[in-house]
Structure formats: C-alpha cells, structure tokens
Design a protein around this ligand. Structure first.
Ligand SMILES: *Cc1c(COP(=O)(O)O)cnc(C)c1O
Length: 391
C-alpha cells in the first residue's frame, strides 16, 4: 500500500505543472536519497547553510545564498533584511517598523498574491505607475522616473517581479534604485527555465533574488533559494536561524555570518517561522546541482516527446483540437469546441483518477497540458480520460 493510500488521500494526475496547490512535481531518486541520508545525522545548521551558500553562489554568481522554505519565504526574509540590516535591535522589533525604513516600492502592474510575504515583514507597499497597457487604453506602464519620485528616506527596497513582460526593465529599475542607495529585491520564483536566469538577475545588479525550489528546480516542495549581496544574505539568515545559544558559545561560519559585524545576538527573528530543515537544504542543493547539469534543450526534448505522444492519442476528438505548442516547456493545447473550459476542468477534476490541467487560458476556450509533472504511467490514463470527456 502506498503512503497516500494508507492516509486515504487520492493521488491525482498533475497536468497543470509544479503548482503549490497540486503539490509541485516529483523528486528525482538522487534527491530523495540525499534527503533520507541527511535525516540520519545531525549537523550545525549555520554550517549547513554556509555549505549551501557556496554551492548557490557558484551557480548563481551571487556573493552568497541560502536555502529558504520557498520563494515566498525568500521575499519575507529579503524585506526583513533590507529593513533591519545588521542591527540586532531592529531585527528583534519586526514586524514593528516604527521609525525604521518601512516602505517598499512596487510597480502597480506587478502586485500579486505573493506580496503578502513582503508586507509580512511590517512594511507598507507604495505602488507606482498606471498599467495603461493592460486596460487596452494605451501602451505604457510604470516608468523609472515614477520609481525615483516615490523614493524617500523611508524606502527600504524596490520589489521587482520578474517576467519577460515586466516593465520598466530590471536594468532601468536597478539603475534608478541604486542611484538613490536603495536595494532591489527580485521575485524570480517561477522564472526557470531558462537555467541562465539563475545568473541573469544577479548579473543585472539585483541585490537579492528569490527562486522557488519546488517548481522547475525539482527540489523539495517547500524549498527555495535566496541569493544576493553578502550583507543582506547575512541579515536574512540571522532572521531565519534558530539563535537559542549564548554569544560566547556561538561560532557561526564567517563566510555566511561575520560575527564581528554584530553588536550582539538577536533573539529568534521574524523568519524563524519559515524554518528550513536539514533534509530540505540537502535536497535543494542536490536538485540545483542536477538542474544545471542538464541543458534546457535536453529537458525540452523529453517533454516534447511526452506532448507528442499525448497529441497522437488525441488526434480525433470531436469537441476539441489538440495541438503541440513547442517552447522552453512544450505544452499540449486543447482548443475546445462547443464546451465550457471551466466545466471541462471540473469534470476532469471530479473524475477518477482526478486530473488537473492548466486553466490559465480558459477564458479563450483553451486548456493546457503541462508535461513536467506527468509520470510515464499517467499518460495512457490521461489520454483515455480526455477522450471520454472530449469525445
Ligand atoms: C510560486 C510563486 C511564488 C511563491 O513561491 P513558493 O516557492 O511557493 O513560496 C512567489 N512569486 C511568484 C511570482 C510565484 O510564481
């Protein structure tokens, strides 16, 4: 009996991709083996994060990095780092930011559900720009001068949500913010592939970059990477680690935490709530090393073969047209004919096995099949079920 059977939890077919709600994706056997091994010994957590930092720095080009419990945790820790710096007293006060730098600037069109993690550090978000291009009224979005005009002595950071469509460009935002001495935090949670993005945002001058470990990277579902400037990473990890130790006994690795820069040891910080376990750190490090050992194109070809196999099985549907859409992540598009896309999603979800597809284009009558979280054994079941529902 599987662990999920013994718990009475049905296993689903995940054709949506590595979303949190449907439990991310799969762990490679090398990742699960490393996690199991990590669970069989004890280590100093700061030493383990310092080792992770060396790997993350090597792969991202950043000065330092840590494993977080997800990209959202990375946003909370980033904001806390930009507000508190290396002051133990400021760390101890969060989320009370009275008298501290307690504003974060965001472009209005980049606001999203995850920025709750930013506000969780005790800052308020100052929105700039009118997303005119999204209303159909025009072509413009926020511009660098609007970010510049919003910067005051209370500005802790600019938070930038990276997508290929984000405006202004990251170069412009970094240029504007750095001219006023303000750090830039990049939410790059879902910006993989391409694997080159692991270095890209850092190379453009971002001060902190958060990636999700449980999405494309194939790390533990509750994991992420935060990389960037050494002093900010030091502040972030100080506000994340368990600090139940006497100052005299505390000997953190200087490569991650330079004890001499601190006036004292803060109590557990605001990020202690998003604790990261040793199994998670080890699992993420192994997943990250595996990710960069394979090219984007090799991954693409495997997924393309999956999508083509699905397309071959779905060539004669009455109520949908199946088409292969190639790209960094090839997908199968199902263009419905005469059916409501949301009804079809619900029908697939309520069947046995339950199937989740990507509904992000449901308004256009299109459902997407994402191959990245499909097991070999899912494919025939998926084709059979889609043929039943779509004729
Ligand atoms: C998924 C996502 C997050 C959250 O990532 P987790 O690793 O699940 O915490 C944050 N921001 C964006 C844009 C995302 O897509």
């Amino acid at each position: 009996m599987s662990i999920y059977e013994s718990l009475g939890v049905p296993v689903i077919i995940n054709a949506k991709g590595p979303s949190t709600r449907v439990s991310g994706g799969f762990l490679a056997p090398e990742v699960t083996a490393a996690m199991a091994e990590a669970g069989r010994a004890c280590v100093d957590m700061a030493e383990l994060q310092a080792a992770a930092s060396r790997v993350i720095a090597g792969i991202t080009g950043a000065e330092a990095g840590i494993v977080t419990s997800g990209a959202a945790a990375g946003l909370l820790l980033s904001t806390a780092a930009c507000v508190a710096g290396l002051h133990p007293a400021h760390m101890a006060r969060l989320p009370d930011t009275t008298g501290l730098k307690n504003e974060v600037i965001m472009v209005r069109s980049q606001r999203n559900f995850y920025d709750h993690a930013v506000r969780g550090a005790g800052v308020s978000i100052v929105e700039v720009g009118l997303p005119d291009r999204f209303s159909g009224a025009g072509v413009r979005d926020a511009e660098p001068w609007e970010i510049d005009a919003a910067i005051t002595e209370r500005t802790a950071a600019v938070v930038y949500v990276a997508t290929p469509n984000s405006r202004p460009t990251l170069e412009e935002v970094v240029h504007t913010a750095h001219a006023r001495g303000v750090p830039v935090i990049v939410d790059a949670a879902a910006q993989l592939p391409p694997a080159t993005n692991l270095r890209h945002f850092i190379s453009l001058g971002a001060d902190l970059v958060a990636f999700s470990g449980g999405k494309a990277l194939g790390g533990p579902q509750g994991s992420g990477i935060l990389c960037g400037r050494r002093d900010l990473i030091m502040s972030a990890i100080l506000q994340n680690l368990d600090l139940d130790v006497e100052w005299s006994q505390w000997t953190p690795p200087a490569s991650l935490i330079d004890k001499h820069r601190l006036a004292g040891l803060p109590p557990h910080g605001i990020g202690r709530t998003c604790k990261v376990g040793k199994e998670t750190i080890v699992g993420l490090v192994v997943a990250l090393q595996r990710y960069v050992a394979v090219t984007d194109d090799a991954r693409r070809l495997l997924w393309l073969a999956t999508v083509e196999r699905l397309a071959a099985g779905l060539s004669e549907l009455r109520q949908a047209t199946a088409q292969v859409r190639d790209g960094l992540v090839p997908k199968l598009t199902l263009t419905l004919n005469g059916l409501n896309a949301r009804d079809v999603c619900l029908q697939l979800q309520n069947g046995r096995p339950s199937i989740q597809v990507d509904p992000s284009q449901a308004d256009q009558g299109v459902l997407l099949i994402n191959p990245t979280c499909l097991a070999e054994s899912d494919l025939d079941l998926l084709v059979d079920r889609l043929r039943q529902v779509l004729g």
